[in-house]
Design a protein around this ligand. Sequence first.
Ligand SMILES: [Zn+2]
Length: 394
Amino acid sequence: MSAATYVVFRYDDLAADAPSVRETDKQRQAVWDAERAMDELFASRGFPYVVGIIPNATAPFYIDTAKVSMVTQALNAGRLQVALHGFTHTNHASANARASEFNRDFSQQLADINAGLSLLRESVHLDRITTFIPPFNDWNESTARALVSAGFQILSADRYRHSSTVDSLTVVPFTAQLWDLETLVNNRSLPTNSVVVVILHPPQIADIQSYDGRFFGLPRLKSLLAKIGTMQDIHVVTFDQLVKENSELSAARYAAAARLWQWRTLWEKLLPESYRPGAKNVFLYESEAAYSKLNLSWLAITSTVILCIIALSTFVTRIILTKRSVIFIRIVFVAAAFAVLSAALLVWDLNHRGFNVNGVRLFPLCAAIGFFLASLSRLFGSAFDGRPSGEKSQ
Ligand SMILES: [Zn+2]
């Protein structure tokens, strides 16, 4: 393994326009202009990139001969990797759930993946397609199984999920947006052996109104690429090249990263970002050793907080409660906690999509455990503290 930092540029959502769509739809024309310009930009720098092609967005990809020709030329020049980006990019999730095309059962997912794969092969005449990028970066255990059975080797999504089957794929999660990479490059904070997977979408390169918001623009991308060009220790690679060059993309590394993200999600909104372990290198896919250290910190923080809440609430309830009031107050406490929590969670859930409710549940749950322990010791007296029951009452 060579000592370097790896950057993968992943352009999602390359999709065919049906004939003459671009003549009437200014936004689709603007996207296509930007895609061509971006391709030329990467070519002029000699940097490879990855395109996630939607094989059947509004039309099968092969219909768009202009886009097919751009992809084919870049492939022939060895400066592009083609990845499968879903099948139709349809959102099958219900209204309030996280958007997902690959959240359905195994047979439906496998059918979509195989259909997409053969459309893509037909379009760009490519036998070997190694990499799958699920739309909305969402997948489940069935996706992993379907990918293995369809012969994929690499999965690039986000860092929130893990499954046993995914261990037999190489997972290289996306970590950053263009502006994040820009910050990393400007601060020169790119540790050796870390990987940055940057995702780009049409609204970042073409100034159009779209779901994704933030426009970055090609002139800014051009100067970012120029800056990277001057940094010897940064290797711009495709996923295939990365897997060949870097032997440390183990299943254990991804499992540790996913564990870190579960901790971070659990504590989201409960601990300010700068106090959360892992905050410093949030835009990097770090080494397994780095993730293991961070996970230990999270374990220490979480167990300390849980023990403190239990101890505190045990102490407080033991002072307040008399033996007779214990059962009554216990019922009231549990009912009130549920009422307050349900109301709070509902509001949080609606206002803060993606907010993890388990973290909030942790606090009253620990307090309830403390209360429960205290009331048990009141009810059964000396068994817990060696003192006669009700000593402190009245
Ligand atoms: Zn997409």
